[in-house]
Design a protein around this ligand. Sequence first.
Ligand code: KE4
Length: 432
Amino acid sequence: MGAISRSLFEKARQIIPGGVNSPVRAFKAVGGDPPFFARGLGALLWDVDGNEYVDYVCSWGPLILGHAHPEIVRVVQETVKDGTSFGAPNPHEVELARLVVDSVPGIEKVRMVNSGTEATLSALRLARAFTGRDLIVKMDGCYHGHVDALLVKAGSGVVTLGLPGTPGIPARVVEQTLVVPYNDIDALAALVKGRGREIACVIVEPVAANMGVVPPRPGYLEGLREITAKHGILLIFDEVITGFRLALGGAQELYRVAPDLTTLGKILGGGLPIGAYGGREEIMDRVAPEGDVYQAGTLAGNPLVMRAGIAMLRQLRAPGVYDALEKTSERLAAGLASAAEGAGIPARVERVGSLLTLFFTSRPPVDWDSASLSDPRRYAAYFRRMLDRGIYLPPSQYEALFVSLAHTVDQIDRTVSTAAEALKGMRWGPEV
Ligand code: KE4
């Protein structure tokens, strides 16, 4: 940790809660203080003390092209000269909406907002209005932004009433949120058998990426689709992370399962703040002013982020993009797995496309209970040893590692050799 970062962090903590504008950035899960970053280019980041890192956070997913992609920079510079926001219709929001509708199988109409959280909270309200039902179902270990109704922790037992996941959320707000384990279709079936008629929606990350990356079991997503359709429950895929990352059409394209509503964010904004929710026309037409479900936003659809998003999606429509991401991501995953094996440390790599996690457990993570058996202390030690060697990983065992199109084979190979070195020094006792 360099001297300038250290002094900035001291100043920041006096005037910003925890010194950061989003909790995970404070390194609480991995220890030590965070570097302050000055510049990014491609797959690289430089901190204010001049240290260089290969970046696998990529701003938590948006930067699938890498930092400061020339086309994004060009478009933003060009647009800002004509003004950043009008609070009124502009042609770019029509063009980006068209690109979204043409790319994402389950979306016939889409509304832009300013964050993933806004997207999921809007989708929940719409689902409740459309179905006339109040109950929401989410999966334990999935994260959908800091929406009151979704910041719940599961109680003990397979199906539990949501418990407030943080102070400030009244119990009555989360009493209408039911929590079932991810990847457990029987638990959902049992819940729906009893209370199906009260449930407005099931919201799920089609590939869980907020407990580390946990892929859906074969048939799981199809099972969710079948059960919800049968009981008039809306299925919401939260594709804030997976959207435009796993395929141009996200997880719903990759797994060929179309939800009723989809939430988006991150990549869609080309690195600028964005969220979106969309779905079948008959549902989306309930949104004001077409319909009676209110939702609004001062900067929603502003030309600056719209044009950045258009530039982003145009880049991602180029042939071979996802094959290239698959190749470098598989190379990294295989390399990390062999590095852990070579060091004699129990670990497994879970990967879907350019999302992956090295779990410090030998048991395959299939849900929160199994993923949380991973050893966060080992992850913290690994994280710090990699950071000291110029590799910037997600500062938590329960986050995803993001590979971008800017990561070169050399950078991937350097990451693997660094991991082998870092892990070798970490011989520890028996698996926890
Ligand atoms: P935002 O409100 O942060 O734009 O999006 C919320 C959100 C919604 N849905 C999913 C599946 C998400 O992963 C997120 C936010 N992701 C976290 C990282 N796991 C953002 C990083 C942070 O909170 O600082």
